[in-house]
Write a protein that binds this ligand. Structure first.
Ligand code: MN
Ligand code: MN
Length: 468
């Protein structure tokens, strides 16, 4: 590096006037690098413990309790300094702190992320045997490339409500001593016709059947012996009968743990970065940060299938909670909403040099260049996007600048190459200034996704700055 006095006038001007993304790893000093790598360790533990929205909800509650947060119910009294969490049907959770500022003047600081992830759900009447194999039939959840979910180890997670009304949790395939499950694919030797088809047809939805057993029950008098072995296992272990699948929510997810990727361990490979890579920083930012503002980390369900229903972001329950907080302080909800600010924190696509054709490099999120702000999402002509205002982006940008947050701007891909949406519009529709900010992901929605540790930590730092 040449010193400033040796730079020409043009060089100095270029430096002062031009915008360039920075690789966070390149700009971070030793102490900062240590923070980046240390933070990733906690995140990997969260990923391994939270493979479904129910598990993510439970782990978030445990982490909140460990920091002195207590459960909130509608109508509870609240005061400045209170640290609370609100559980919605065990599938979504809002962790919040009450600040010192006047709610009507200061509003709330919201971070909204989702804790559901694409996966393969078990059908309601799933169990059958065929040709020596026992299977569970499935119906996939979210946008997946179906062929990616074959021939990999899967674990089974979920909750079953039994005939007597009690419920039992299922989690098999995560411990090293556990068995795993498996969706079969065709050998290449016989795959000529399969491979000549459109990739969306290589594996049909009805072919995503999960192998769960192969031992025939030792009784000559019964038929469907392998199925009976599975049923007797489920009965012994969980008190289940076949009919109980009717009221079960079981999901097959990749059985791999989160691992460092690369000689230098710059990246994390894991199932379900989308969107736990934003949910974990949102959660830890609220847990770690004694803000003067009232801050909420909203960890919601069902984003991958449209944010509908009682646990998705479109449910009234989230605005009800915010309104209840207002009522506790005699504040008018509409006044508070008008002063509130939200970061809708979901992942975006990282520029992938292997598939350069679908990206526009100048406006794509570059891996390790920090958390990525999408002023707008949507498809075609920004359709379906809430599109944040220049004023709000300017405000957020200054918060980040003040705290030295390394961040970047991003669009999902080339104009008209595709598109996607987030929960941003549902918050913006409430008259809350909202912009998308999240971690860039490589191989999004694959069974094993890739993120940069630098970007995860940058996301956390961005949230701390936003709550300051
Ligand atoms: Mn997402
Ligand atoms: Mn997604």
């Amino acid at each position: 590096m040449s010193d400033q006095t040796k730079k020409t006038e043009g060089q100095q001007k270029q430096e002062a006037l031009s915008y360039k993304k920075k690789n966070y790893y390149e700009t971070a000093d030793k102490a900062e690098l240590k923070k980046i790598f240390d933070y990733a360790e906690g995140y990997k533990r969260f990923l391994d413990a939270a493979k479904t929205e129910r598990e993510a909800c439970a782990v978030s509650v445990e982490m909140a309790q460990a920091k002195g947060f207590t459960e909130y119910h509608f109508g509870d009294k609240l005061k400045a300094g209170d640290k609370k969490y609100f559980i919605n049907r065990n599938k979504s959770v809002v962790v919040f702190r009450i600040g010192k500022e006047n709610l009507e003047e200061d509003g709330m600081r919201l971070i909204a992320s989702h804790i559901d992830a694409p996966r393969v759900d078990i059908k309601q009447n799933p169990l059958y045997e065929d040709s020596g194999l026992c299977y569970l039939k499935t119906h996939y959840y979210g946008g997946i490339k179906k062929y990616q979910w074959t021939a990999i180890p899967l674990s089974l997670h979920g909750t079953v409500v039994l005939k007597d009304g009690s419920s039992v949790d299922v989690k098999v395939g995560e411990e090293a001593s556990d068995p795993v499950f498996y969706i079969d694919d065709l050998l290449p030797h016989l795959g000529g016709e399969q491979m000549s088809q459109n990739a969306g047809k290589i594996i049909d939805g009805e072919q995503l059947n999960v192998v769960v057993g192969g031992l025939p029950y030792a009784d000559k008098e019964v038929g469907e012996k392998i199925k009976l072995t599975a049923l007797s296992y489920l009965n012994e272990k969980y008190g289940m009968q076949e009919e109980d699948f009717l009221s079960a929510e079981l999901s097959a997810v990749p059985a791999y743990p989160a691992r460092d990727v690369g000689f230098d361990r710059a990246f994390i490979g894991a199932y379900g970065h989308d969107d736990r890579v934003c949910a974990y920083p949102a959660l830890t930012a609220v847990l770690d940060n004694d803000s003067r503002h009232t801050v909420l980390a909203m960890l919601v369900d069902k984003e991958e299938i449209g944010s509908e229903g009682t646990t998705g972001m479109q449910c009234q329950v989230y605005s009800d909670l915010m309104e209840e907080i207002c009522i506790a302080f005699g504040a008018k909800f509409r006044k508070v909403r008008a002063k509130s600010k939200c970061l809708s924190s979901d992942v975006t696509a990282a520029y992938d040099p292997n598939f350069a054709g679908v990206y526009e490099k100048m406006n794509s999120a570059m891996i390790s260049c920090g958390t990525s702000m999408c002023k707008f999402t949507g498809a075609r002509g920004k359709s379906g996007s809430s599109d944040a205002s220049a004023e709000f982006v300017g405000e957020v940008r200054n918060m980040f600048a003040a705290d030295g947050v390394v961040w970047q701007t991003a669009e999902l891909g080339k104009v008209d190459a595709g598109g996607g949406g987030t929960v941003a519009k549902f918050l913006a529709n409430m008259n809350i200034d909202t912009v998308d900010l999240g971690v860039p992901v490589i191989s999004m929605h694959a069974p094993y996704e890739l993120v940069s540790k630098a970007d995860v930590y940058s996301n956390y730092k961005a949230f701390l700055a936003f709550m300051k």
